[in-house]
Design a protein around this ligand. Structure first.
Ligand SMILES: C[S@@+](CC[C@H](N)C(=O)[O-])C[C@H]1O[C@@H](n2cnc3c(N)ncnc32)[C@H](O)[C@@H]1O
Length: 223
């Protein structure tokens, strides 16, 4: 993957601050998925450590990893951090109990799954919150009926893998689209057993109504 995230710290922090759904939906979804866990957890693409701060203090000991120097500097105030260019993870085989991946899978190449399977101990776990593939397909968008203002959702090329390049305050940021079956198969092939899959609506983001999925919360066991 490219190093475009080297330059995106300010954009991401503004996104975080301007979107209340991060605290209202993303954080509780993730915390619920890891509520019973303990041990060393790698926050993969940890950003400024906002999730690490929420994991710390109980039975979990977070280590953050990210490539963005500025975000990592903030995260280092919360706990230990490693500067990485994922998917490579400079940790020994089976050296951590679990991993969390929050809003980040779309930025990592497929090797992230085998690499996480390598560093998580057998019997360990992985939990992720991600945009639902339903809303990440290239060409997907809300469409407004001009006659009555009703909002529909155009699915785009959902069944194909693809990517979307969005504008981040004048810089490109690439989002990989993996159909749900592809995402789950990559994890299964790498050695993860699906134990929870939550499809979560959100009354925001231009979606027609709250009955459509907007986020997924996923938990796997490392076989
Ligand atoms: C959308 S942000 C999410 C950050 C954090 N998980 C959160 O919830 O605030 C994606 C994060 O992944 C990091 N990232 C993207 N590509 C990366 C790569 N190849 N290696 C390491 N980190 C990467 C970015 O720097 C950024 O912090």
């Amino acid at each position: 993957m490219s190093r475009e995230w080297d330059e995106l710290a300010d954009w991401w922090l503004t996104e975080l601050e301007s979107d209340p759904t991060y605290e209202q939906v993303v954080v509780p979804l993730l915390l619920d998925l890891v509520a019973a866990d303990r041990g060393t957890v790698l926050d993969v693409g940890c950003g400024n450590g906002r999730i690490m701060a929420r994991l710390k203090g109980g039975e979990l000991h977070p280590i953050g990893c990210d490539l963005n120097f500025s975000l990592l500097a903030d995260a280092s105030r919360v706990g230990s951090v490693i500067r990485v260019h994922l998917p490579g993870i400079p940790l020994r085989d089976a050296s951590i109990d679990g991993a969390v991946v929050v809003l980040s899978f779309e930025h990592f190449s497929d090797e992230i799954f085998t690499e996480l399977a390598r560093v998580i101990r057998p019997g360990g776990w992985m939990a992720a919150v991600a945009n639902h593939p339903f809303v990440t397909a290239p060409g997907s968008a809300s469409v407004i009926d001009p006659t009555d203002g009703e909002v529909f959702w155009r699915p785009g090329t959902y069944l194909d893998r693809g990517e979307t390049i969005e504008d981040a305050d004048g810089r490109p940021v690439t989002f990989l689209h993996r159909p749900l079956g592809n995402l789950l198969s990559l994890a299964a092939d790498a050695g993860f057993l699906l134990t929870t899959l939550r499809e979560v609506p959100l009354e925001a983001g231009g979606l027609p109504d709250a009955g459509l999925p907007r986020l997924i919360g996923v938990r796997w066991a490392r076989r």
